[in-house]
Ligand binder design. Structure first.
Ligand SMILES: [Zn+2]
Length: 403
């Protein structure tokens, strides 16, 4: 009996402490979540409504309340979890990255060839094409994140700060992931007298952040717009979108073909390999330069990001002449060594005989002829493609050869 009383009171004490701890833990999580939601609120963006929403629902890509790829993305969930455990020890640079600060005066002289590319890291690129300037996926913040104090941090300051940017004719945005659509950047450039070209659904974010509606051109795949004599075609990509856990694929993702009076350029956006790339080449190629993503891949999610070897296959499928690898060298977003995307792209280009361009962030290159090769990154350990290939699914044998 006495033992029963002791056990009973002990149980009550333990239960009381358990409740207190649970309340404290729950309270901390709720508080953390509240801080996250409040501080990220503006950057999360906004859903489309009215006619914009109605247009999205009419799109062939719209299925069951969200956008979908013709070849849906396959994920190896277990592989994604265990993949992080075997991450490279060189996922980010251990020494300052050699960049080239841009002297804006260089843009006063048009490129003699008519086509010049200035890569600013990751997917941010200034393209001068036949007298027009296009800025792709401008990300100038310290982090690719909705929050200023947490999230992937950039490895170097923008080689060309926004305030020194020459006037651009169009800003094109591939999709709404944070490393491509940066709210503070958009807020900083919202008054630029430029066209903002975006895929379906992304206009709502831009309007919410202050870009005048009349400056935004929202396109579905294969739709096009004209900026002066430059034609911009929104082309399919195989990827996803979303800025929170509740807006997965609520907006469309895309690549772009820039059709100047003399030159054609292709910008892949984020993409896995997909059969429709051949159609892009047939309809809009050949391209004088292709800017295709090579980094932030993993074999457990091979349809989200194409990987270096398949980027060379894509280059051939869209009928590219000169290959300019992008989507690497600024943020740590995957488990591979930070120089690996470019090392593997180089090896694959050599194998296939493709012309590959390399220029440190901030250096401008004309892609005509054989541009000087700039091996600006340090030698670091990396895993060759044969040992860890990225193989997109559902290609149905349509890829044009191997890299
Ligand atoms: Zn993305």
């Amino acid at each position: 009996m006495r033992l029963g009383v002791t056990l009973g009171s002990m149980r009550r004490i333990v239960w009381r402490w358990f409740k207190r701890l649970a309340l404290a833990a729950g309270g901390s999580i709720a508080l953390g979540l509240a801080i996250f939601v409040v501080s990220g609120w503006t950057a999360f963006g906004q859903r489309a409504s009215g006619e914009r929403r109605a247009r999205m629902e009419r799109s062939a890509q719209w299925q069951g309340g969200a956008f979908e790829n013709p070849q849906p993305l396959w994920n190896d969930v277990w592989g994604s979890m265990t993949g992080m455990l075997s991450a490279s020890e060189h996922t980010s640079p251990s020494a300052p990255v050699p960049t080239e600060p841009v002297d804006p005066a260089r843009f006063q002289t048009p490129p003699p060839s008519g086509l010049r590319v200035t890569w600013l890291g990751h997917s941010t690129t200034l393209i001068e094409i036949d007298g027009r300037r296009v800025l792709t996926d401008p990300v100038f913040s310290a982090r690719a994140s909705p929050l200023t104090w947490i999230g992937p941090e950039r490895w170097y300051a923008p080689p060309l700060p926004l305030e020194k940017m020459p006037p651009v004719d169009a800003v094109v945005i591939s999709h709404d992931h944070y490393d491509h659509l940066d709210q503070p950047t958009i807020a900083a450039i919202k008054d630029w007298k430029t066209a903002f070209v975006v895929p379906l659904g992304v206009a709502a974010h831009l309007e919410y952040w202050g870009v005048p509606a009349e400056r935004i051109v929202e396109l579905d795949w294969w739709e096009r717009t004209k900026v002066g004599d430059l034609e911009i075609v929104c082309v399919p990509a195989r990827h996803a979108s979303g800025r929170t856990v509740i807006d997965m694929n609520a907006t469309l993702w895309a690549g772009y073909a820039l059709l100047g009076t003399k030159h054609h350029a292709y910008f892949s956006g984020d993409t896995g390999l997909f059969p429709g790339m051949a159609e892009i080449g047939e309809k809009l190629g050949p391209f004088d330069v292709t800017m295709i993503e090579v980094g932030q891949y993993h074999r457990a999610w091979p349809d989200w990001h194409i990987g270096p070897e398949q980027a060379l296959i894509a280059h051939r499928m869209v009928r590219g002449k000169v290959f300019f690898p992008i989507h690497w060298g600024l943020f740590e977003l995957a488990a591979h060594g930070w120089t690996e995307p470019m090392e593997r792209a180089l090896a694959a280009a050599e194998k296939s005989g493709a012309v590959i361009v390399s220029a440190r962030p901030g250096r401008s290159v004309e892609t005509a002829g054989t541009p000087a090769f700039d091996r600006w990154w340090p030698d670091e350990p990396w895993t060759p493609g044969e040992r860890d290939p990225i193989v997109s699914t559902k290609m149905g044998g349509t890829a044009v050869g191997t890299p």
